[in-house]
Design a binder for this molecule. Structure first.
Ligand code: CP
Length: 313
């Protein structure tokens, strides 16, 4: 595996192996065991053409934890404003010694384009391409589900028997797509709940049950509710009448949480719109995995970097 572009390309054995590697990295971090032998002497370039807090910083922490050097590029303040192309930006970073490029870009398919083009020889990691995929988010999410629901005996196991509802702005969500592929590969039963205006075309062909109300989806008694952010920045027209109506029908609130089973969890990839798709009482509750997801993101990204770059040593 030279690149990490999509969860769709993982088979079940590879997906479980990445979850197990994430676990090993999480244990190493928790016990302060040094993992710095991993990528010492290598350089990872974080290349972000879109804003990010969690993904960019956790890749930085992950790279440093493995002993790699990190260079960070954000398009704001760069020579992109002078017309420099994506190709020339990446070639410039590679010329500075980048062994891997972690790319976030607003264009769907951009990471795959970079791999196919052969512009650079570096390893490429997709850190979110438009509304298409966010594979490392899906990996950390699947790991979080496995830890919470299967506990200490989860090593080596898939997610057969686990039911997940992905709810909200599915249309604009790369997190939804990557999770849908990965969770299904791992054997989970995945359903989608979204307003009709926020359901992507072709959803029926993805082989998932679709609900057009959140309450119907919760009545199916899922063990995991993955609440998605309303992506206002990608909305050029009115996809729903107003925010108070959205939160009334689609908000993950305390009364809706109370409908779920005792061990069910509520996830959110962040950043959250508190009071819109998730209430503060749910986001801050013991059933919420929001901060656990962030913590697991470092281990998941360590596992991915080690997997694709470790063979170079
Ligand atoms: N979940 C996620 O991708 O968050 P950031 O946009 O802050 O990286």
């Amino acid at each position: 595996m030279k690149h990490f572009i999509s969860t769709r390309e993982l088979d079940k054995a590879e997906a479980i192996s990445l979850l197990d590697a994430t676990h090993d990295m999480a244990v190493a971090r928790a016990t302060k065991e040094s993992s710095k032998t991993g990528l010492q002497g290598m350089t990872i370039a974080n290349v972000f053409f879109e804003d990010s807090t969690r993904t960019r910083l956790s890749f930085e922490v992950a790279a440093r934890a493995l002993g790699a050097d990190v260079i960070t590029f954000t398009s704001a303040g760069s020579s992109v404003s002078k017309g420099e192309s994506l190709k020339d930006t990446l070639k410039t970073l590679e010329a500075m010694g980048a062994d891997a490029i972690v790319l976030r870009h607003a264009q769907s398919g951009s990471a795959e384009t970079v791999v196919r083009s052969g512009w650079v020889g570096s390893h490429i990691v997709n850190a979110g391409d438009g509304t298409h995929e966010h594979p490392t988010q899906a990996l950390l999410d699947a790991y979080t589900v496995r830890c919470r629901l299967l506990g200490s005996t989860s090593q080596g196991r898939d997610l057969t028997g686990v039911s997940v509802v992905i709810a909200g702005d599915v249309l604009h969500s790369r997190v939804a797509r990557s999770n849908l592929w990965l969770l299904s590969t791992l054997g989970a039963t995945v359903s989608v709940a979204a307003p009709i205006s926020l359901q992507p075309r072709g959803l029926a062909g993805m082989g998932v049950q679709t609900f057009s109300t959140l309450d119907d989806a919760l009545d199916s008694d899922p063990q995991v509710v993955m609440t998605l952010r309303v992506q206002r920045e990608r909305m050029s027209s009115g996809f729903f009448p107003n925010e108070s109506e959205y939160s009334r029908f689609w908000g993950m609130t305390a009364p809706r949480l109370a409908k779920l089973g005792d061990h069910a969890i509520v996830m959110h990839p962040g950043p959250m719109n508190r009071g819109l798709e998730i209430s503060s009482s749910v986001a801050d509750s013991a059933r919420s995995t929001v901060t656990e997801q962030v913590t697991n993101g470092v281990a998941a990204r360590m596992a991915v970097l080690q997997r694709i770059m470790g063979g170079n040593r």
